[in-house]
Ligand binder design. Structure first.
Ligand SMILES: Cc1cc2nc3c(=O)[nH]c(=O)nc-3n(C[C@H](O)[C@H](O)[C@H](O)COP(=O)(O)O)c2cc1C
Length: 269
């Protein structure tokens, strides 16, 4: 439900033009008008409210008083450096994440873009050391039993190194990380493949901008998908599946140089 405060609206039409599903139309009096029957088409994206310089729009109960004015953004050069200098971290300091950083990161998860503005992502944040150890040991036990059968070594000779590490008891799945975030989606979400990856990609950059280290774990995704006992510990809402996993904590390594990637395959048309 979108409500227009006619005492402050200047009929500029900015909200109409920025509505992706056209649920706002120009009324006979020139003010934006929201038709009740269009309710189901509204994505609740709040573009109408965000674009209104007068603060005249209330979208599903959220209006001027519930929102903040936009702030200056970091400059493009700093952002590009962040992208280039972000590294996968696998060495960690035994130090807690400062509460203010934790809060900033976790609060930001609500702003991650989702297909059709679905926003039903569920995040499991593991911060407790003992709980992280539980996941580590549960996976390690299973993988060590699997490696002892020698089957993975035959089926996946390219991954022989990992098998040796697993046999030694190394944590190839959670990389000894102190914390982890798992993004899960409802199986019927319109963009269930993309949403979790996008959310944790943003989280990744934000974490590194706040001095944390991060590492994606494709192995953990496979472990959660394949091991029901492990997945159960995530306490996912009914109908949800694991999308992706990012490990994080305070890094115990710094880098002096920026790697030089292979030349890009780009076609500018
Ligand atoms: C989809 C995806 C899955 C990954 N899975 C793992 C993983 O299971 N374990 C790991 O140590 N690193 C994993 N990584 C990290 C890559 O190995 C890493 O990006 C690569 O080593 C390059 O290092 P950089 O991220 O510092 O540039 C993954 C990265 C991506 C994008």
């Amino acid at each position: 439900m979108i409500v227009i405060d006619k005492s402050t609206c200047v009929r500029c039409g900015a909200c109409l033009r920025d509505c992706v599903v056209h649920v706002l139309t120009k009324g006979a009096d020139g003010f934006p008008s929201f038709r009740r029957e269009d309710e189901t088409f509204c994505l609740n994206c709040q573009h109408c409210l965000a674009v209104c310089a007068q603060g005249a729009v209330t979208c599903n109960g959220v209006g001027f008083a519930e929102t903040r004015a936009v702030e200056p953004l970091p400059d493009g050069r700093a952002e590009a450096a962040l992208v280039r200098q972000r590294r996968s971290i696998r060495q960690w300091r035994d130090a807690p994440i400062p509460d203010d950083v934790w809060t900033r990161l976790v609060d930001s998860l609500a702003w991650m873009p989702t297909g059709c503005n679905d926003h039903r992502l569920h995040f499991t944040l593991v911060r407790n050391r003992a709980q992280m150890e539980w996941y580590r040991r549960a996976v390690s036990r299973k993988l060590q039993a699997l490696v002892r059968t020698r089957l993975p070594q035959i089926l996946f000779p390219k991954f022989r190194r990992y098998m040796e590490e697993i046999a030694r008891g190394d944590d190839v799945v959670f990389r000894n990380a102190p914390c982890m975030i798992v993004a899960s989606t409802p199986k019927n979400a319109p963009c269930r493949e993309a949403d979790p990856w996008i959310a944790l990609s943003y989280f990744d950059l934000l974490a590194q901008a706040n001095g944390l280290g991060t590492c994606w774990s494709g192995f953990a995704v496979h472990a959660f998908k394949g091991l029901r006992g492990l997945r159960r510990a995530l306490r996912l809402p009914r109908g949800y599946e694991v999308g992706t996993v990012l490990l994080f904590g305070i890094p115990a390594v710094t880098y002096a140089r920026v790697p030089q990637p292979r030349p890009l395959s780009v076609d500018v048309q």
